[in-house]
Ligand binder design. Sequence first.
Ligand code: SAH
Ligand code: SF4
Ligand code: F3S
Length: 447
Amino acid sequence: MKPQTPPKTYRVKSFGCQMNVYDGERMAELLGEKGLHSAPEGEEADLVVLNTCHIREKAAEKVYSDIGRLVKAGEEAGKAPMIAVAGCVAQAEGEEIMARAPAVSMVVGPQAYHRLPEMLDKAVQGERASDTDMPAIAKFDSLPQRTRRSPTAFLTVQEGCDKFCTYCVVPYTRGAEISRPFGDLIAEARRLIEAGAREITLLGQNVNAWAGEDDKGHDVGLGGLIHALARLDGLERIRYTTSHPNDMDDALIAAHGEVDKLMPYLHLPVQSGNDRVLKAMNRAHTAESYMRLLERFRAVRPDIALSGDFIVGFPGETEAEFEDTLRIVDEVRYAQAFSFKYSPRPGTPAATMVGQIAREVMDDRLQRLQARLNRDQLAFNEASVGKTCSVLIERKGKHPGQWLGKSPWLQSVWFEGEAAIGDLVEVELLEAGPNSVMGRPLATVSA
Ligand code: SAH
Ligand code: SF4
Ligand code: F3S
């Protein structure tokens, strides 16, 4: 590779989960510290970071076609951008990317992106660089201070996964479970609040596996961390995602009844409602134990909004087994949910299991499942009509005077009136749609 002009502007494109978005923000902060500026909307950037996701379908092909598009646009403009591939595809297929895509200057895995600035120096000198090491906590220690300004912020507290569900790539792309230290998290939360965050969402691949020692030297879990964060002035709302049923403990459940700032929302994936399928997935919980857990949350927080993830068409799933998933949906009545067709991921045990399900069968099952999930989401929104709740304003609507934000139950709420981004407004909910609720502002609780 020839030496390249040092890039002045960058763009980070994140394609994955919320943690991937968080990583994208941290990479942007690193590049900012290095003196680069975010490319203005609509302008080509000198450096493009493709922050990829490997969870489902054709992730790698999408990366190659994105690279192809960037190269072509660069040729037409007479100036090719420098390209970095980051995220979970970089981790899983780093070597192939280096071999197959000569236009890529840097490949950097999710546990190594703190080294992006050094890699950039090398790339400028014409030396391609790849780093997919997993040095665990070192990354967070060498990242710059948070600079992102927004009323809502993500904070990664836990990373990695030791669960090895048989369909999933995450344990391979993100590595073993680690918890960031309590003190570091309180410090990062403080800086996010100083920069304007009023709501913080704690992130982890298994966020409720977080464990640490608090400032008094006591061993605490996520419930203890949430109690400590709730004491920070200026922080109004706390959320967390994604939890695993097997990592739930009493303190976290109790926190939902004790901490006002902890929002009444729980995302707890079940994947399937059938115990044979759950076992083949290596989920280590049953449909029944999952239901009992949800009851405990509802006992301390009756209005809690529940959300889940589902996979249809796992290898060997019969029609009757799929119907158990429909049954669990009918029992729980989710406020929101994410449902996916099973996607065989290279290197995972399920990819080579017998009984791979035909695409048409998966399509049909997904459609039937989603019809029920949509029904329940609308019903949840309709049941909230007439309630008054706080809405944290995140952005302006399409029309002048229109504002959009989130209810405590993570519904999108919009209204017309006087407000500003970051305000907490008391809103009466008036009219429900499938994806949002319209309301009327009563008062600004805090600006
Ligand atoms: N750690 C979290 C989320 C992991 S990925 C958890 O265990 O809940 C987010 C969701 O993607 C999963 O919950 C699952 O529903 C889905 N998913 C993961 N691998 C998949 C695959 N191979 N095919 C289809 N969906 C998948
Ligand atoms: Fe993947 Fe299972 Fe780990 Fe979630 S718990 S990240 S689905 S292996
Ligand atoms: Fe995707 Fe990696 Fe997140 S595979 S879902 S970006 S952990």
